[in-house]
Design a protein around this ligand. Structure first.
Ligand code: DLL
Length: 429
């Protein structure tokens, strides 16, 4: 069989005019669909003075109300369902910080839509029908594992559904089944690498890593690529849009994340005012799903910060717009001593110091109303706290306290890494 460059060439290389026409047709369908089938949505639209017939151009999207994570939570468990309950085939759920989970339900067509997006990503990463992919995110309520699984099935890959944890077994599977690609949360690969280094394991068949669920710096990506001998891709998605890969991935050209625009409309807005920002300016990314049936989203405020890099055709031949890799979340922005920064910037700065490893903690301690930051890192022998503090001062503009730990001593997670810890002494924590 010839090497596949695209999973769905027609959709991935459609002209911008064709894309716009398709988006408009689908947007009209979407508004009619939610209006006809869901009270929550109908009330929202009515309150905004909108009826389905008001959608005549793509610009009319701007008149529709935003949807937030709190809306999802307020409709727990299935208040946003736009299809009969008997049409549901699967659900996923993310546990939120407030305790009320966000639920996504899928009809058969929604699973096919997810699998289509994921198949596009897996082929875009260079995997080919017949290649084995090991699925390392949990196969469970978290969407990560099942997303890779549905996509792998659709793309004709050989799925190894290892799920999370048991690093020694992961390595054995990778070796014994000559696995060519892995799907993982990037921080988990640090665990794999530690064990490979400890036991002198090499994985010559492994060529592709598809990583996501959290931001990671270029330096971390470089390290993972060089130690594992792979090409690493940054895959993006969330429970609310239908899971991993629905909102795209970067391609070999590494010029941003291709959003599957025949499936989602992308807007970037000012996180405070909600007004659109010009291309190139960082803001909050907002998605509208155009083809999902069970729980579609209209103008979903992701809280993720990025910018539009380009609407021009990419070197890879794809025509969809590209957004930058995710900088951080609006909620993650840290303000210490008047300086604003994201955890990813701390990671970038730390990775510039020779001998510092990609395991770190940012600890925010509030006492008497003043917040101080401590940054703990793992590093090889010879790296001192003074060196770390001096470098962070130069790059970030403030000098945190912190400790340097031996490799392997900071706690590890199997899912998304927890980097930021908040201690409020005023509240007795
Ligand atoms: O994390 C979906 C996923 C699983 C993506 C596996 C990639 C790989 P949620 O648990 O709902 O779903 O979390 C979604 O995670 O709004 C972002 O803040 C963050 N996120 C996801 N992918 C990336 C990425 C999954 N590539 C939330 N870079 C999103 C940075 C990401 N952040």
């Amino acid at each position: 069989m010839n090497r596949l460059q695209y999973w769905n060439e027609r959709a991935e290389t459609m002209s911008r005019d064709e894309l716009a026409a398709l988006q408009l047709e689908r947007l009209k369908w979407l508004v009619k669909h939610v209006w006809a089938n869901n009270d929550f949505y109908r009330q929202r639209l009515t309150a905004a003075g909108i009826e389905p017939a008001d959608i005549r151009s793509l610009d009319d999207l701007q008149s529709l109300p935003f949807l937030t994570k709190d809306d999802f939570r307020s409709q727990y468990p299935l208040g946003m369902l736009c299809m009969p309950r008997k049409a549901i085939r699967e659900m996923h759920m993310s546990s939120g910080s407030t305790g009320t989970p966000v639920v996504m339900a899928y009809t058969e067509a929604d699973i096919t839509q997810w699998a289509e997006c994921m198949a596009r990503c897996q082929i875009m990463a260079g995997l080919q029908p017949g290649d084995a992919i090991q699925i390392m995110p949990t196969l469970g309520l978290f969407n990560g594992g099942f997303g890779f699984y549905h996509g792998a099935r659709r793309a004709g890959l050989f799925a190894v559904p290892a799920s999370s944890g048991n690093t020694a077994r992961q390595l054995r599977l990778l070796r014994d089944f000559k696995v060519r690609g892995i799907g993982s949360v990037v921080s988990y690969t640090a665990r794999l690498i530690e064990l490979m280094d400890r036991d002198g394991i090499e994985l010559p068949d492994l060529k592709v890593g598809i990583f996501g669920a959290e931001s990671f710096s270029d330096k971390v990506r470089d390290r993972v690529e060089s130690r594992l001998g792979i090409k690493a891709y940054d895959i993006y998605g969330m429970t609310e849009t239908g899971g991993v890969g629905t909102t795209g991935m970067d391609c070999e050209a590494r010029c941003g994340i291709h959003v599957w625009e025949d499936q989602y409309i992308t807007e970037i807005v000012d996180p405070v005012t909600g007004k659109p920002v010009p291309d190139g300016v960082v803001g909050e990314v907002v998605f509208t799903s155009l083809t999902r049936e069970a729980i579609p989203v209209i103008r979903y405020r992701t809280r993720d910060l990025t910018r539009i890099i380009s609407r021009e055709k990419c070197a890879c031949g794809r025509t969809s717009l590209r957004i930058d890799r995710i900088e951080g979340r609006c909620d993650d922005m840290l303000i210490v001593k008047g300086v604003n920064f994201f955890p990813k910037q701390v990671e970038q700065a730390l990775m510039q110091i020779p001998g510092v490893l990609p395991e770190y903690q940012i600890i925010l301690e509030t006492e008497n109303g003043v917040t101080d930051v401590r940054i703990n890192v793992e590093a090889e022998e010879g790296v001192t706290g003074f060196m770390v503090a001096k470098h962070l001062k130069e790059v970030l503009g403030f000098s945190p306290r912190g400790d340097v730990f031996k490799p392997g001593s900071l706690p590890r997670t199997e899912g998304k890494a927890q980097r930021v810890f908040r201690i409020d002494k005023d509240k007795g924590e």
